[in-house]
Design a protein around this ligand. Structure first.
Ligand SMILES: C[S@@+](CC[C@H](N)C(=O)[O-])C[C@H]1O[C@@H](n2cnc3c(N)ncnc32)[C@H](O)[C@@H]1O
Length: 207
């Protein structure tokens, strides 16, 4: 397998400075839709700690922190994305450079884990899913919003699940596939929504 993490890191390091401003499909348009959807679904969810995996420039944490005080942590593979997030000085938020596959947190540390438009980049999706499960408290909520296959194409190397799913090596990142993967990791799926033709959000609870 190619070093997809290295490809992602390079790709997003390059995009970081312009990411927020360029409201297009190749940049932040989908992310903004997913982040706003996640924020909406979290409105009535009580939490004191929240981890955003693949946080990018901190768009989601910025929305959430303006609404509610809590411990917010953003993790991302790209140092340049994290630098952009840190510039926003988001209240209560800390940022960590790392991988979805190896979350540098203790078991049961967070009430909520979110993931917006990032999961389709992960080379080992099952591993990323079980890491989210591990760091959540019992009863904690995992909200994943992404773009399904058939939507934006596999035009860059790091949209790996689009590529791998074509060859049958990997689970597709569609709504049904993500729900199945969540169940396999131990979550109960408590919500599954189609946001637009290609964007969906799935919510799991750690039982
Ligand atoms: C399309 S951006 C989405 C950013 C943000 N969540 C949003 O919705 O605006 C995808 C982000 O996932 C990060 N990423 C990709 N693969 C990752 C991995 N394996 N672990 C952690 N972050 C990753 C990228 O560096 C990038 O910042």
């Amino acid at each position: 397998m190619k070093d997809y993490e290295a490809l992602s890191r390079k790709h997003f390091d390059r995009q970081a400075a312009e990411y927020d401003e360029r409201d297009t499909v190749y940049y932040s348009r989908e992310g903004k839709i997913s982040c706003r959807d996640i924020a909406e679904r979290l409105k009535d969810v009580p939490y004191e700690s929240l981890l955003d995996v693949g946080c990018g420039t901190g768009f989601l944490l910025d929305i959430l922190s303006k609404r509610k005080s809590a411990r917010y942590v953003g993790l991302d593979l790209s140092v340049e994305m994290i630098k952009m997030a840190e510039k926003k000085r988001i209240a209560g938020a800390g940022f960590v450079n790392g991988s979805s596959d190896r979350l540098p947190f203790s078991d049961s540390e967070f009430d909520v884990v979110t993931c917006s438009q990032s999961f389709h980049h992960y080379p080992r999706p099952d591993r990323a899913m079980s890491e989210a499960y591990r760091v959540l408290k019992k009863g904690g909520i995992y909200i994943l919003s992404d773009t399904g296959i058939g939507g934006i194409g596999a035009w860059i190397d790091n949209h790996i699940l689009f590529r791998l799913s074509r060859t049958g090596d990997c689970h597709t990142t569609n709504r049904k596939g993500i729900a199945e993967m969540m169940e396999k990791a131990g979550f109960s799926v408590i919500g599954s929504y189609q946001i637009s033709r290609f964007i969906y959000t799935v919510i799991g609870r750690k039982e």
